[in-house]
Design a protein around this ligand. Structure first.
Ligand SMILES: [Mn+2]
Length: 371
């Protein structure tokens, strides 16, 4: 029986653009996610921990952060097997050659050579496939020939499956059938930030991406997990364990009236942990000035509730109602301008309507500003 944790793409040192004042905390959460993986290893009495590349964002991560990472790994109570990914690729300037990283200790194995490594006390042969540059058109697993000698065989690789993502032929491509043909008990992959495949759906897959233990941005599905693997000579089980601190949610709404606003409020309310929730609201539709004002109050409330909020409203256009237009003196030039723009808007072709809606919003906002 062999049991271990599989993680990858911790991307320590990555800057978190687009999350404003939260950037530092989101950055710190990446090291904290590694701490949780190490703690899980201890709790579950893992035989080892696999880090399948891109532990670091690049080879220029600060000395301080490198030392902090080494410190976390030093506390692991079992061997840690690391390969270099395409971000922290192995070479003379590798972060893994630096003194501050080496302080992690001798149980932390950076498996930089592409050759089988036997850990006889665990009865396992590891086939590590480190990266040596940022991109490569060659398969990182092409060199592997399964060798006899141990009960278990585990491959660790970092790259892409071009059969699933077209145009990724230069990111260390690996073919599905190539991976199947290796005869491994488990292939631990890194590079994708999402768990793939879902072990609940495809428990017999020869390979798995663990995804990043902490999400890196909006729009990343199934990120924030580590995989727990149990191998027996006749069976295998793979399951996900949540490790993330922050949750990135991208929500889209079509808004036409106040009734759509309450749906947004309800959806946000439904999230259990708002203090670690980052929300991107993508809004589209045509709304009156009154609805716009209600929306602004709602988003201000949401911003106070969650860790971070960004509102994308380029596709949301303002169309003042007749009553709203009447707030301007009848027959005055502003009312005439607005009503003509609205007439143009109503008569315009589909492709031109949006520009008139934007013009109305712009003029309306300028007119209602105090002089
Ligand atoms: Mn990568």
């Amino acid at each position: 029986m062999l049991q271990f944790l599989h993680t990858a793409d911790v991307q320590i040192g990555m800057t978190a653009p687009g999350v404003g004042p939260l950037a530092q905390k989101v950055q710190a959460a990446r090291v904290e996610s590694l701490e949780r993986v190490v703690a899980l290893g201890r709790e579950r009495n893992a035989d080892f921990i696999v880090i399948a590349g891109d532990l670091f964002e690049n080879n220029r991560v600060s000395r301080e952060l490198t030392m902090r990472t080494a410190d976390v790994l030093r506390k692991a109570s079992q061997p840690v097997f690391i390969i270099a990914g395409n971000h922290d690729y192995y070479g003379p300037s590798s972060i893994y050659c630096r003194e501050e990283f080496r302080s992690a200790g001798s149980h932390v194995h950076v498996l930089s050579d592409r050759k089988p490594v036997v850990f006889s006390d665990l009865d396992v042969t590891i086939y590590p496939c480190s990266c040596f540059e940022t991109r490569s058109p060659e398969s990182p697993v092409a060199w592997i020939r399964k060798q006899p000698g141990t009960a278990y065989h585990v491959c660790i690789a970092h790259g892409n499956l071009p059969d699933r993502i077209a145009g990724s032929d230069h990111d260390y491509p690996m073919r599905d059938e190539e991976l199947r043909g290796l005869g491994m008990d488990y292939i631990a992959l890194g590079h994708w930030h999402s768990v793939y495949p879902d072990p609940a759906d495809r428990p017999d897959s020869p390979y798995f991406y663990s995804g990043a233990p902490e999400p890196t941005k909006f729009g990343e599905d199934n990120s924030g997990y580590v995989l727990w693997v149990e191998l027996d000579t006749s069976s295998r089980s793979v399951s996900t364990v949540p490790t993330s601190c922050y949750q990135f949610e991208e929500l889209s709404y079509e808004i036409h009236g106040a009734e759509n606003l309450s749906a947004i409020g309800r959806d946000i309310e439904a999230f259990a942990k708002k203090e670690t929730l980052l929300v991107k609201l993508a809004l589209a539709g045509v709304i009156s000035v009154d609805v716009r004002e209600q929306l602004d109050r709602l988003t201000a409330d949401i911003a106070r509730m969650v860790a971070f909020l960004v509102v994308r409203d380029d596709a949301l256009v303002l169309a003042p109602t007749d009553d709203e237009l009447a707030r301007f003196s009848a027959g005055g030039i502003s009312a005439r301008l607005l009503s003509r723009l609205r007439q143009r808007h109503d008569d315009a072709s589909d492709s031109e309507r949006a520009q008139y809606a934007r013009a109305i919003a712009l003029v309306y906002n300028m007119l209602r500003e105090p002089a």
